[in-house]
Ligand binder design. Structure first.
Ligand code: TRP
Length: 338
C-alpha cells in the first residue's frame, strides 16, 4: 500500500481543510503498516496554473508545510515535501503528455469551471493540470490516493493515462505504472461556510467571517462562531429535524467532527437548545481543539531552518522513490539516456 496525496499551498489552512482532508491523512499515516508508506506534498507546481504572486506562493508553501506538521503529519513517519524540489514530477508530466489526449482533458469539469467562457485566455498549465496530477501519483506507484469528491475525475484520468501508457509501451507482465485507486473518505466531514450553509468553506471566499483559519486566535474564533449565520429555531432532537436548515446542520457537523461524535449524539445533548447556548459551546470546542495546532504552527513558522530541513529531507526521500519509475518511463518510450 502506498498512499500519495497533495494539497495546493494557497495560504493558511482552514477548518474545512483540516476536518475534510488533513485529519484523514493523519489517520492514514498512523495506520500504515511495515513496508507501507504515505507521501504528502504541497502542489506548488500546480499553483502556477493560475495568475499568482511569487512572494505569496513562497509564503503559502512554507505556511502550508508548517500547518501540515502542526496538524499531525509527522515527517518521521510520512514523506512530506513540495513538488518544486522534486523535478521528476515535471519530467514525468512531459513524458505523459504523449499519452494524454486533448479530448480527455477537454472533459475535465474543473477545467471547464475554472476556464469558464474564456478558454483561449487560460494558461496551458491550467489545461494540462490533470496530467501533472497524474504524474504526481504515477511517479510513486501510488495504490491509494485520498481526495475530495471534486478530485475523483482527475484520478480517473490518471488511471486512463496509466492504462494507455502500459498498453502502448509496456508488456502485460511488466507494466510501468500502477493504477491508483481514489479514496474519498466516507467519514470526511464536508464543512461549509459560516455565512452560507450551501457553499463549501473555502480559502477563496472573500469574507474572512466565512471560515475558521487554523491560526485564528481564541477571540477571533469565538467572534466568528457567534456571528455565524443561523436560523431562529432551536436545535431539533434528531437529525431529520435539520433538513432544510443547512447552516444549523453545518454547525452541528463541525461540533460532531471536533468531538469525534456524530450529529445524532450532538443533538442528544443540545436538542431543544437555541443557538444562544449552542454557539458558545461550539466556540469552546473549536478553541480547545485548535489551540495545540495553532501553537505548533506558530512555533514552526518561526523556525525557518527547521522547516527548510523538513522539506529538504522529504524531497530527497521522494526523489529516491521516484527515480526508478522515471527511468523506466524514459526507457519504454525509446528515449536514450547516458
Ligand atoms: N488538485 C488537487 C486539489 O486541488 C491537489 C493535487 C495535486 C493532488 N496533485 C495531486 C491531490 C495528486 C491528489 C493527488 O485538491
Amino acid at each position: 500500500m502506498r498512499v500519495v496525496s497533495g494539497i495546493q499551498p494557497t495560504g493558511n489552512l482552514h477548518l474545512g481543510n483540516y476536518l475534510g482532508a488533513i485529519r484523514n491523512w493523519v489517520r492514514m499515516q498512523d495506520e500504515m503498516g511495515d513496508g507501507e508508506q504515505c507521501l504528502f506534498f504541497l502542489a506548488d507546481l500546480h499553483a502556477i496554473s493560475m495568475p499568482h504572486d511569487p512572494a505569496e506562493l513562497r509564503k503559502g508553501t512554507l505556511e502550508m508545510a508548517a500547518a501540515l506538521v502542526a496538524c499531525g503529519i509527522d515527517p518521521a513517519k510520512s514523506v512530506l515535501f513540495n513538488q518544486a524540489q522534486v523535478p521528476q514530477h515535471a519530467e514525468l508530466q512531459w513524458l505523459l503528455g504523449g499519452t494524454a489526449r486533448m479530448g480527455w482533458l477537454n472533459r475535465m469539469t474543473q477545467w471547464k469551471d475554472k476556464a469558464g467562457k474564456n478558454r483561449e485566455g487560460q494558461s496551458v498549465a491550467l489545461f494540462t493540470y490533470p496530467v501533472l496530477q497524474a504524474a504526481d501519483v504515477l511517479l510513486y506507484q501510488a495504490t491509494h490516493v485520498p481526495v475530495g469528491e471534486d478530485q475523483k475525475q482527475h484520478l480517473e484520468l490518471a488511471r486512463d493515462i496509466a492504462q494507455k501508457f502500459n498498453n502502448d509501451f509496456a508488456s502485460e507482465e511488466a507494466p510501468v505504472f500502477t493504477l491508483p485507486d481514489p479514496i474519498v473518505p466516507p467519514q470526511a466531514a464536508r464543512i461549509m461556510s459560516l455565512r452560507d450553509g450551501l457553499a463549501k468553506m473555502s480559502k477563496s471566499d472573500p469574507s474572512e467571517m466565512s471560515r475558521i483559519n487554523l491560526a485564528d486566535d481564541a477571540d477571533t474564533i469565538m467572534k466568528k462562531v457567534k456571528k455565524a449565520k443561523t436560523d431562529p429555531e432551536a436545535l431539533p432532537g434528531e437529525e431529520a429535524g435539520l433538513a432544510g436548515r443547512p447552516e444549523a446542520l453545518n454547525l452541528v457537523t463541525i461540533y460532531a467532527a471536533l468531538t469525534e461524535g456524530s450529529v445524532e449524539t450532538v443533538l442528544k445533548d443540545f436538542g431543544g437548545e437555541g443557538f444562544g447556548k449552542f454557539k458558545p459551546a461550539l466556540g469552546e470546542v473549536m478553541v480547545e481543539s485548535l489551540r495545540p495546532i495553532s501553537e505548533r504552527f506558530t512555533a514552526l513558522l518561526e523556525d525557518r531552518e527547521a522547516l527548510d530541513a523538513i522539506l529538504a529531507r522529504g524531497a530527497s526521500q521522494a526523489r529516491e522513490i521516484a527515480v526508478p519509475t522515471l527511468e523506466k518511463t524514459y526507457e519504454s518510450l525509446g528515449l536514450v539516456r547516458g
